[in-house]
Design a protein around this ligand. Structure first.
Ligand code: PLP
Length: 384
């Protein structure tokens, strides 16, 4: 079969399976609302959990400061060549200070962080143990790494312990990798248990706070802060592209690990550095979010109220965070429910395999602190 014929057929198969993806037309984003494929909807599909992406005074203040600061729109080179702007230092120092850790490293995105870290840190004599529902970027990192990997059942730490016990003495180093707030289920890793296991078995623990940073913890450091284990986790990563309303990602760690990553991590070495204009903006949003405890509390209260209201109508929703999934099972059912909500003015997009496991399609309601209960009060009635 000719190449073009084959890929055309594969696309047709995706359509038949309700898995076909297309770029939406987004003509405007105004605060809580979005004009999506021509329709004005309440945006419940964004990861801007604190509404910082719509903080106009913060944005205009930053833009005004450009002329004085002379921030470039490009770094024109890898950090290891000429792209290492002093703002990288400032941002990494701010992160290390905030987390109270020795060092921090900034990446171009969470995807870059996750595809680069395990391949850099692990080798064929090591083992990686990963939560079964970890994000695609973590899975891609494991696929690139030379180390063998196994998945433990989602949040099943007895299963993880079995694998750790079985691995004892057979590998040079075992790595455990997990999300803190699971992006598609909104449920939480038990970080205290993970730290205990890591210590018992001498494992190296990596926690991805992509959806926890900005939302959990007194200063928005994530679930690791709420659980009181910021110092015990070997590497904590977070993204700037979600609650922190910027672009890029970061990790905190000890200085030795940072030095090693700078020397070995291909997704840091072989890519053009972030532009200074973004690094400066990340410094602004990082400082701003760390003082948004009130907004974090409001967001989690809103999520708990939505969960309770859905439960009252017999809709079982997993998780305990600002990400509220309504699992339909079938792809067609998820698509139909998303369409029904859209008809009522809500943008809650359907999430289908392979983003989530087979037969667990869902709509993912992603809340933000700028919403009031009145904005979403009709949702349980529409779904239930
Ligand atoms: C858990 C997790 N890690 C990493 C990423 C990737 O982060 P970024 O969007 O900054 O590439 C995502 C993005 O959705 C995520 O959900």
């Amino acid at each position: 079969m000719q190449f073009h014929e084959r890929i055309r057929r594969e696309l047709d198969d995706l359509r038949t399976l309700d898995r076909y993806r297309a770029l939406p037309d987004i003509s405007a984003r105004n605060g809580k609302e979005i004009v999506f494929n021509g329709q004005n909807l309440l945006n419940l599909s964004s990861n801007d959990y604190l509404g910082l992406g719509d903080d106009k005074p913060m944005l205009t203040g930053y833009i005004r400061s450009f002329s004085e600061r002379d921030y470039a729109m490009t770094s024109s080179s890898s950090r290891l060549l000429t792209g290492n702007h002093p703002l990288y230092d400032r941002l990494e120092q701010a992160l290390a200070r905030l987390y109270g850790r020795e060092a921090a490293l900034v990446f171009n995105s969470g995807y870059h962080a996750n595809i680069g870290m395990l391949p850099a840190l692990s080798g064929r004599h090591d083992l990686v143990l990963s939560d079964r529902l970890n994000h695609a970027s973590i899975i891609d990192g494991m696929k690139i790494a030379e180390a063998p990997w196994q998945r433990y059942r989602h949040r099943d730490y007895d299963h993880l312990e079995e694998l750790l016990a079985g691995a004892a003495d057979r590998y040079r180093q075992t790595f455990i990798v997990t999300e803190s707030v699971f992006s598609m289920d909104g449920d939480l890793a038990d970080l205290v248990r993970l730290v205990a296991l890591k210590e018992k078995y001498g494992a190296f623990l990596i926690v991805d706070e992509a959806h926890g940073a900005g939302v959990f913890g007194e200063r928005g450091l994530g679930l690791c802060e709420r659980a009181g284990v910021v110092q015990q986790i070997d590497i904590i990563t977070g993204t700037f592209g979600k609650a922190l309303a910027s672009t890029g990602a970061y990790a905190v760690m000890n200085s030795l690990v940072r030095e090693y990553l700078l020397n070995t991590m291909r997704s840091v070495i072989f890519t053009t550095a972030l532009p200074p204009v973004i690094l400066g903006w990340s410094l602004v949003t990082l400082a701003k979010q760390s003082a948004m405890q009130h907004e974090r509390e409001a967001l989690l209260r809103l999520a708990a109220r939505l969960r309770d209201a859905l439960l009252e109508r017999g809709v079982d929703v997993p998780g305990e965070s600002h990400i509220v999934p309504v699992i339909t099972g079938g792809n067609d059912l998820a698509v139909a429910l998303a369409a029904k909500l859209k008809g009522a003015g809500f943008l809650c997009m359907a999430v289908r395999p392979p983003t989530v496991p087979e037969k667990s399609a869902r709509i993912r309601i992603s809340l933000r602190s700028t919403l009031q209960w009145e904005d979403i009060a009709r949702i349980p009635e529409i779904i239930g």
